[in-house]
Design a protein around this ligand. Structure first.
Ligand code: 5AD
Ligand code: SF4
Length: 445
């Protein structure tokens, strides 16, 4: 087959695992001779890597596919990959006539062949699961020059009753520790300054001999790696061994994104989260005890079937009691085939009630983070300068405790660690000024 001069564009929706998968796909296609381009109208092959977690995410993709149809090159191949591809399979080919490829998260190994078949006029669907698949021999082509996502686990075994992920990404499996360390070492050799380990319940990692604590220690020992993060953990998998590794490995940053979902034990039970309100609080206490200055962020769902005003009040009070640095908040979105859709009709929370709870919760989260962030003004942080900020000519940097700091400076600072003083806050992000370590040299006279 000839791919000379063929161009490829990948657009990514959803979580970091999808970003990482897109990097693997791009790496695979580049190795086969495809040339990555930055816009879909330059591309011979357009892949839309999708998310199925909420209906809203899928609607955005449907809208985007319509847009692409109007703007794509004549004869371009359009493929849909990721969780929505896995969930809908052949239905997508019927819904969108200009789509000729549908490939689920375990099917990317066949990507070059499937693209070739599509170029020969076929329309193909590949949605089988492969429990051995980690794309170990793919060289990811990373979008970011400063930070790397490294998948350590695929799939999920928890089966929370609202969640489509176990259906779209299959059963949990972990990569071998040595393979993860090899990838991290290569990333650092390529100039990467920060690594985030990825998994659906990343701290349940187990490769047959090593647990997540061992993985943190091994990756944290990669020479030159100053910052190590991971996302997303499950509260039940924070064993003492994992928390000790977090506390003892200097590279592990003082931030945990710890999905809470609800503050009501009754709702947590119906969600099959496998912990209670008290259990979650205890997990937070254990983490805070061992890791001083730990920042905590979370995910919360409102309007889950059966959630009463009293249940929602428990969510609000737990958010206030814990004092999250930030939270992603969602209205429950029923996903076909998940157990939550089979709950009794009388448990359904009317949309206006869910919407008003969401608005209340957003206010509570914002007020809390504003209050906390105001107390940080005047303090100093080491930040890693990540990229040019969207706003004006500022740079965007991040502290170990995951605060976003906007700085003025020139682009040569990107990819460097600098010390800043936090000088202002919008409530959620900060402005900062670089603190010079040395006193300025006297002016020569
Ligand atoms: N409806 C709303 N939010 C959901 N999430 C997962 N499934 C759903 C759903 N069906 C949220 C959870 C999870 C985050 C990634 O998305 O809060 O932690
Ligand atoms: Fe979904 Fe629950 Fe697994 Fe997270 S832990 S991916 S919310 S099933």
């Amino acid at each position: 087959m000839t791919t000379t001069g063929q161009t490829v564009y990948i657009e990514t929706y959803g979580c970091q695992m999808n970003v990482s998968d897109s990097e693997l796909m791009l790496g695979k296609l580049a190795a086969e001779g495809y040339v990555p381009v930055d816009t879909p109208d330059e591309a011979d092959v357009i892949l839309v890597n999708t998310c199925a977690i909420r209906d809203h995410a899928e609607q955005r993709v449907i809208g985007r596919l319509g847009e692409l149809k109007r703007n794509m090159r004549p004869g371009a191949i359009v493929g849909v990959t990721g969780c929505m591809a896995q969930r809908l399979g052949p239905v997508l080919l019927e819904k969108a006539r200009h789509v000729s490829l549908v490939i689920g998260p375990d099917g990317y190994r066949a990507l070059p062949q499937l693209v070739q078949r599509a170029r020969d006029g076929e329309r193909a669907v590949e949605t089988s699961f492969d429990l051995e698949e980690h794309y170990e021999d793919f060289a990811p082509r990373r979008y970011d020059k400063v930070k790397a996502w490294i998948p350590v686990q695929r799939g999920c075994d928890y089966k929370c009753t609202y969640c489509i992920v176990p259906f779209t990404r299959g059963a949990e499996r972990s990569r071998q520790l040595d393979d993860v360390v090899r990838e991290a070492t290569q990333a650092v050799a390529d100039g990467i300054l920060e690594v985030t380990l990825l998994g659906q319940t990343v701290n349940s990692y187990f490769d047959g001999s090593n647990d997540f604590g061992a993985l943190l220690r091994a990756v944290g020992a990669v020479p030159g790696l100053r910052r190590l993060r991971f996302t997303s953990p499950h509260p039940n998998d924070f064993t003492d061994a994992v928390i000790s590794a977090m506390a003892e490995v200097p590279a592990v940053c003082e931030h945990v994104h710890l999905p809470m979902q609800s503050g009501s034990t009754a709702v947590l039970k119906r969600m099959l989260r496998r912990y209670t309100r008290e259990g979650y609080l205890e997990c937070v206490a254990r983490l805070r005890e061992r890791i001083p200055g730990l920042a905590l962020t979370t995910d919360i769902i409102v309007g889950f079937p059966g959630e009463t005003d009293a249940d929602f009040a428990e969510t609000v009070s737990l958010v206030q009691e814990i004092g999250f640095d930030d939270a992603f908040t969602f209205k429950f979105s029923p996903r076909d085939g998940t157990p939550a859709t089979k709950m009794p009709d009388e448990w359904q929370v009317p949309d206006d009630v869910a919407a008003s709870r969401l608005a209340t919760l957003i206010e509570v989260v914002r007020a809390g983070s504003r209050q906390r962030n105001l107390t940080l003004l005047g303090s100093r942080r080491e930040v890693l300068v990540e990229k040019a900020a969207r706003r004006g000519d500022l740079l965007q940097a991040r502290s170990r405790d995951y605060k976003t700091v906007l700085l003025s400076g020139d682009e040569s600072t990107i990819g460097q660690y600098v010390t800043v003083e936090l000088t202002g806050t919008t409530g959620s992000t900060f402005t900062g000024s670089i603190v010079r370590d040395r006193a300025p040299l006297p002016i020569a006279t």
